[in-house]
Every structure is written in structure tokens, then in C-alpha cells.
Ligand binder design. Structure first.
Ligand code: ADP
Ligand code: MG
Length: 327
């Protein structure tokens, strides 16, 4: 087995030591050729996979506890965006070496978040290769009720949860491209390394919101997916954007607004809902203790119009956008 970690230490020992847990809600968990689950009768399965690759999604020296947390968090975020309840997860790892100290921390971060969300690790794969973390998650949702990208309607209001821009500023700080004060960098790095998937909010938005997506690649790109799939456009009021404190303090710098609009890794939800459901949206958010902010409206005409403080339109190009000096 040239690609197996078993040549270094026992692959099976590693799996047994770090990734084998009781799976009370699965018929069969880690240890056989496949896991067995019995989905709740009458529910639809929501299934998603997300991969984190060293060098492109995280710096190779990232704290392994944070990495374990994030590998699962980004997948929980996908199910949050569908309004699904996360139930089971599979973890496929490609590891350069069988570093037990690293694995202990990584699995600790992963499993702590799994426990917090009641998700069971039921299987995966472990092999030798460049560091690569691949997670497949399964959840359940009421049939026909999932929050899809193609469900936005003209006239809907556009909302986002939490704050934007913190993770992008945290990454700039890490890369030495910007210097944040200690309290700011702590807050921004927490956003980058330990995102809070908005699972409870997604659940509450079922029957309230029309379309929903999680913001992994930046608001403009991800809202763009809703618009494309729903064949609509949008108008965004920049003055309404909920910005991380470190971002709102630095708005004189045009690239800060760029980070808030196009920076990735915030893992907030962006969703649309009819204007008459605004109170229901706020109630849903209050019930789960997450802030939500109305940032614009779905329009008939394709594309995103960015409006500055006086309602002035700011130029935006297909590849992104350019000037925010007018905000
Ligand atoms: P197979 O050779 O049938 O693919 P493996 O040796 O890859 O089986 O895996 C043995 C068992 O361990 C399987 O149940 C698999 O799902 C589980 N497993 C392997 N790697 C992981 C991991 N990183 N996390 C959780 N379960 C894992
Ligand atoms: Mg295998």
C-alpha cells in the first residue's frame, strides 16, 4: 500500500485513536466498509462536501485545533444555508505524515464542534499525501422546504447575518499586509479561524426566507450565485452593510470596503425574504441570538447595483468592483 499511512504507523491505529467515537444515532459508524444510517422517515437528506487544501484555503502552519474546527464549520455552514439539521459527517484526510500531536489537536477541534452541533462522525478515509481535509456532511430537512439559491423573487429584501469583513482583515493581518491593534486582530482572527456556522438561524428561516446562501467567497460573489440561479438582480445599500468593527473604523481606505464585499471566509448567511416578512425575519434572528441586517432589495434587472450613502450608484465591474471613495 504505497499511499497508505500504514507504512509509517498504523493507519488503523490512528483512526481508532483519533476518529472513532460512539455514534448512537447511526446503525453503524467507523470501522466497517461503510457506515449505516437510518434517516428520519419523511425527511429529505441534505448532503454537501467541502475541502480545505493547505496553501489555498489555509496556511500550512495554522493551529490544528482551529483547522479541525474550521474543516467542520464550513460544512455546517453549507447545511445552515439550506436550513437543514446536520446529523452525520465523514472526514477524509490526506496527511504528509502521521504526526500524532497534530492529529490529537486537529481531531480535538473537529470533534468538539461536532459535539456542539450533535453531529456524528461516521466514517472517512485516511491516506498519505499533501495536507488536505475533505468533509462530507449529511443533514435532514422537511421535504420541499430547504432554502435554495434559486428561490429569490423580485421585491424581496436582502439580509445578511452577523458582520462582514472581519475574516478578510484577519487574513491580511496574518499575511503582514495590514497591522491591526491586538484586540482587533484577536476578533478578526477568531472570525477567520473559528467561524460560527449559522445553523440555528438557517432552521428558523425555513418558511420565512425565500433564497439563502452562506458567504464563503464574499458577499458579492455569493449573492451573485443567488441572483444567477434566481434570474434576478439586486441593489445593495453600502451604508447598511453590517461591518466588523475593525472594518468600519477603516472605511476611509477603499480596500477595506473591498474586503467586506469581496473578502471570503465570513460564513454568515445572505438570504432574501418578502418585505412583509421583515418582522418574522427579525423574530427568527432574535430567537437564536444572531443579528441580521437588511442590506438591499432584489430587482428585476440582472447584476448588482451598489448604492453609496446618498443613493449614488458606484461603479462595479464584472470582475468585481473598483471605487468606494463615495461611501
Ligand atoms: P477501506 O479500506 O474499506 O476504505 P479504511 O481502512 O479506509 O477502509 O477505513 C476503515 C474505517 O475507518 C472505515 O469505517 C472508514 O470510514 C473509517 N475512517 C477512515 N479514516 C477516517 C477518518 N479520518 N475519520 C473517520 N473515520 C475514518
Ligand atoms: Mg478507505
Amino acid at each position: 500500500m504505497p499511499h497508505s499511512l500504514a507504512t509509517m504507523s498504523s493507519e488503523f491505529e490512528l483512526i481508532a485513536k483519533f476518529f472513532t467515537r460512539a455514534c448512537p444515532s447511526a446503525q453503524l459508524g467507523v470501522g466497517d466498509d461503510a457506515a449505516l444510517i437510518a434517516p428520519t422517515p419523511g425527511k429529505e437528506l441534505a448532503i454537501s462536501a467541502d475541502m480545505l487544501v493547505a496553501g489555498s484555503h489555509f496556511l500550512p502552519d495554522t493551529d490544528p485545533v482551529a483547522l479541525g474546527h474550521k474543516a467542520l464549520a464550513v460544512n455546517l455552514s453549507d447545511l445552515a444555508a439550506m436550513g437543514a439539521v446536520p446529523r452525520w459527517v465523514l472526514l477524509s484526510l490526506s496527511l504528509p505524515q502521521a504526526d500524532e500531536a497534530w492529529l490529537a489537536q486537529f481531531s480535538g477541534g473537529f470533534l468538539a464542534l461536532a459535539d456542539e452541533y450533535g453531529v456524528e462522525l461516521i466514517g472517512g478515509d485516511t491516506t498519505r499525501g499533501p495536507l488536505n481535509l475533505s468533509v462530507t456532511i449529511l443533514g435532514e430537512v422537511e421535504p420541499g422546504q430547504a432554502l435554495r439559491r434559486d428561490a429569490a423573487q423580485v421585491g424581496d429584501e436582502i439580509w445578511v447575518s452577523g458582520e462582514l469583513g472581519g475574516a478578510a482583515l484577519g487574513l491580511q493581518h496574518l499575511l503582514g499586509e495590514r497591522s491591526l491593534e491586538p484586540a482587533e486582530s484577536e476578533a478578526c482572527l477568531a472570525r477567520l479561524h473559528r467561524p460560527s456556522p449559522r445553523v440555528a438561524l438557517g432552521r428558523k428561516l425555513i418558511g420565512v426566507a425565500h433564497a439563502c446562501i452562506d458567504i464563503s467567497d464574499g458577499l458579492l460573489a455569493d449573492l451573485g450565485h443567488i441572483l444567477e440561479r434566481s434570474s434576478v438582480g439586486a441593489e445593495i445599500h453600502l451604508a447598511s452593510l453590517p461591518l466588523a468593527e475593525a472594518a468600519s473604523k477603516r472605511l476611509a481606505q477603499p480596500e477595506v470596503m473591498r474586503a467586506a464585499l469581496a473578502g471570503g471566509d465570513d460564513y454568515e448567511l445572505c438570504f432574501t425574504a418578502p418585505a412583509e416578512r421583515a418582522a418574522a425575519v427579525m423574530q427568527a434572528a432574535a430567537a437564536v441570538g444572531v443579528a441580521v441586517t437588511r442590506i438591499g432589495r432584489i430587482k428585476h434587472d440582472a447584476g448588482i447595483r451598489l448604492l453609496g450613502v446618498e443613493g449614488r450608484e458606484l461603479p462595479m465591474q464584472a470582475s468585481g468592483f473598483d471605487h468606494f471613495a463615495g461611501r
